[in-house]
Design a protein around this ligand. Structure first.
Ligand code: RIB
Length: 359
């Protein structure tokens, strides 16, 4: 395989000139630069990334850590980061944590040995990256957290506007006439789940609708959790007429539970999701959902990292990306027999009002 000495010989220049051209590190007159580049092409020379890394104490690799590679939300996030990284000469090393903080720490420790130029991290459950990120920062490696933030995070971050997105979605359900709204949140120790639930509660508070404790369920961000918690909600009296799911996978489980209970969506129960995954168009009924751009999460994070690599020393950036509401067929007016009834304040009685017939 050709090396730099071969390039120098073919181009008829010094080894130093070849090095300057390959590293773009000093002004080389254009004719000489062209001779070196032509020699590189003719010899099929591939600079050794390992040698370059050892010289620079940095590779052109960006580590990306995601919590659940089986969640269809994350491929778009990775794709966004990879598109920006690749077009700027960087490559991605993708690591999956299965939402397990101990696995996350294994990845963080091992990635260090690859001398990454930067890290993009979607934290796992109960993640605390403060110490890790600080040691990376001291090594000159930028760390950006996206989607949900670890405890005490003070570094660069990019998230969706989870609270506002949920708030506007719940207001649209209330405007349809719903007064008995339940929520199946993701794990509330995660900031994205917590903020979505906060938006749900703000919309109810503003509409002076009480939230019975039973109407607030919490689960994992997956279909199984949505199915199980929806079955609990469907057995309550009075039954909620609308369920806000913390993400589209929870919403998918809710749709299945409603079907298996012999009920109809939205005629008996409306379902609202969050993410607006491609599946939202294909479910039956199609899923109303809060749309957030995973792709933009990824591109924004990679761009922040590249700015840091270019020497951006400005204070930590906290980008909050707008969401939009996609109303489809899984939401509609509440059932007729409920529409006229006032919101039942379950919190004022230990037992739900059993007088009301439940269809
Ligand atoms: O990781 C679970 C959820 O977090 C995803 O579905 C998406 O909503 C992200 O914000």
């Amino acid at each position: 395989m050709a090396n730099m000495k071969d390039i120098a010989r073919i181009a008829g220049v010094s080894l130093g000139t070849v090095s300057h051209v390959l590293n773009d590190s000093a002004g080389v007159r254009e004719p000489l630069r062209q001779r070196v580049l032509q020699a590189v092409q003719a010899a099929g020379y591939q600079p050794s990334q390992l040698a370059r890394a050892l010289r620079r104490d940095k590779t052109n690799m960006i580590g990306m850590i995601i919590p659940d590679i089986t969640n269809p939300f994350f491929p778009a996030v990775v794709r966004g980061a990879e598109d920006v990284a690749f077009s700027n000469g960087y490559r991605l090393i993708l690591c999956n944590t299965d939402n397990d903080h101990s696995k996350e720490l294994v990845h963080l420790n091992e990635l260090r040995t690859y001398l990454p130029a930067g890290l993009i991290v979607i934290p796992s459950n109960f993640s605390d990256l403060t110490a890790q990120a600080e040691s990376y920062r001291r090594a000159g490696t930028g760390v950006v957290c996206i989607d949900r933030l670890p405890k005490n995070w003070s570094g660069d971050s990019v998230t969706a506007d989870n609270e506002a997105g949920a708030y506007h979605a719940i207001r649209s359900l209330i405007q349809m006439g719903h007064t008995k709204l339940a929520a199946i949140s993701g794990p509330l120790h995660l900031t994205n789940a917590k903020d979505r639930f906060a938006g749900f509660k703000r919309a109810l508070r503003e509409a002076k609708l009480h939230l019975a404790p039973e109407y607030a369920q919490e689960t994992t961000f997956d279909k199984q959790g949505g199915y199980l918690k929806t079955n609990i909600l469907l057995r309550l009296i009075p039954r909620p007429t609308a369920i806000f799911a913390g993400n589209d996978l929870i919403a998918l489980g809710a749709l299945l539970a409603i079907r298996d209970a012999g009920l109809r969506c939205p005629e008996d129960v409306s379902i609202m999701g969050f993410d607006d995954l491609d599946l939202a168009d294909t479910t039956n009924p199609s899923l109303s959902s809060v749309s957030q751009s995973g792709y933009q999460l990824g591109t924004s994070a990679a761009r922040i990292l590249l700015d840091r690599l270019e020497g951006d020393k400005s204070p930590a950036k906290h980008l909050i990306l707008e969401t939009s509401l996609k109303l489809r067929n899984s939401t509609g007016a509440p059932p007729n027999d409920v529409r006229s009834s006032p919101a039942v304040n379950l919190t004022s009685s230990t037992k739900p009002n059993r007088k009301r017939a439940v269809r």
